[in-house]
Design a protein around this ligand. Structure first.
Ligand SMILES: Cc1cc2nc3c(=O)[nH]c(=O)nc-3n(C[C@H](O)[C@H](O)[C@H](O)COP(=O)(O)OP(=O)(O)OC[C@H]3O[C@@H](n4cnc5c(N)ncnc54)[C@H](O)[C@@H]3O)c2cc1C
Ligand code: SF4
Length: 331
């Protein structure tokens, strides 16, 4: 599968990048590590006239601890740097754990946190070659007007399958977005739309420049669990991040994020109310699993059945809550 023809733009600053994006709105794609964009271009899912390569913009790289105890991570920072950062491992372990499970070491050396946040949604009927899609009939997400997964429907249910966003949601992360009108900062939980087709709230001409983790989130210990076909490389088919704060063996606060079972990564509501002030046991961990399974709505967007993926959200949540309680209690 060859790449379509395109013109490559290599800006040296965010200002230049935003200018390039503004001038070519609609006909341009942003490239960070390229680990998702390039395969998608080979499959002719994107055929942009211009590709804006961010890799020459030094200001977008790096993990910068802040005076208040929080940290800013440039959008071009590789997942490998995040996985290996001693500072992040100490302060925000749920993020380093999630980053370490993305794809394979080679892909983590290329793939960036910005690309992981902006990752396109995935579906068995979409992530295929042009010939395959043509043979089966084009769908709503690309070139068609039907959905193979929910026939008769008008919404795309392709799933968001990034591993770091559920961890970032647990940490109350914010992102900075740069555009023609300047920079704005929004909570990550407001970034995703819940629609598999137009899955993120990014205006044409905008790009994600930074991830900001607040200082109070550094008090949380956490773990990440994920289901995938091949443990050495694959995208998640169900993923759970748990971040927890304990005091004297009792939960002080807890957040659970799930991925790969909805068109957006989601925070599970009601878990803090369920667990706060209590010592975690099997029954409570199971109850947390039920809450997470309740908001998991996978459809047949992958080779594994929706029922199995939903059940694995329940099981992983239970295991992750028990594991997080052990780690959090030691700190
Ligand atoms: C075999 C294989 C296995 C994989 N397994 C996993 C996995 O287990 N978990 C997982 O999470 N991912 C997985 N991926 C996907 C990918 O490697 C990662 O998600 C990676 O973090 C993407 O980052 P990138 O920098 O390479 O993004 P790119 O491919 O460069 O970009 C991805 C998308 O985000 C947009 N984009 C990138 N940066 C920005 C920005 N700063 N602002 C606005 N838009 C931007 C691009 O335009 C594109 O649409 C896998 C990929 C492959 C090929
Ligand atoms: S969920 Fe439906 S519309 Fe969306 S990519 Fe899959 S088949 Fe296409």
């Amino acid at each position: 599968m060859s790449l379509p023809q395109f013109k490559l733009l290599r800006p040296r600053s965010v200002e230049e990048a935003v200018g390039d994006l503004g001038r070519r709105v609609g006909n341009i794609r942003v490239l960070a590590g390229g680990t998702d964009l390039i395969p998608s271009m080979r499959q002719k899912l994107f055929e942009p006239e211009h590709v804006l390569d961010l890799r020459g913009i030094g200001e977008l790289r790096g993990i910068k601890p802040q005076a208040d105890g929080g940290v800013e991570i440039g959008a071009l920072t590789t997942l490998r740097s995040i996985e290996r950062s001693e500072f992040l491992r100490q302060q925000y372990p749920v993020l380093t754990e999630a980053a370490a499970t993305v794809a394979s070491p080679v892909l983590r050396n290329m793939g960036t946190i910005g690309g992981n946040i902006c990752l396109d949604t995935r579906c068995l009927w979409y992530n295929q070659s042009l010939t395959w899609r043509k043979g089966c009939g084009f769908c709503i997400k690309k070139d068609g007007d039907l959905c193979h997964v929910a026939p008769g429907g008008t919404k795309c249910w392709a799933v968001f399958s990034g591993d770091t966003p559920p961890a970032l949601l647990c940490l109350n992360a914010e992102i900075e977005i740069a555009g023609q009108a300047g920079a704005r900062r929004i909570p990550l939980r407001e970034f995703y739309t819940g629609d598999g087709e137009n899955y993120r709230r990014l205006q044409p001409g905008e790009l994600v420049t930074r991830v900001i983790l607040p200082a109070p989130a550094a008090d949380f210990r956490g773990v990440y669990r994920k289901l995938r076909v091949r443990g050495s490389i694959d995208y998640p088919l169900a993923g759970v991040a748990v971040a927890m704060k304990c005091s004297n063996g009792h939960v002080a606060d807890v957040r659970i994020g799930i991925t790969a079972v909805n068109p957006a990564p989601l925070l599970v509501e009601g878990v803090s109310e369920l667990l706060a002030g209590k010592a975690v046991d099997q029954a409570l961990a199971e109850a947390a699993g039920d809450l997470a399974a309740r908001i998991s709505k996978p459809l047949t967007t992958s080779a594994l059945t929706p029922e199995y993926r939903r059940e694995m959200i329940r099981v992983f949540t239970k295991r992750a809550v028990l594991a997080a309680a052990q780690v959090a209690d030691r700190n």
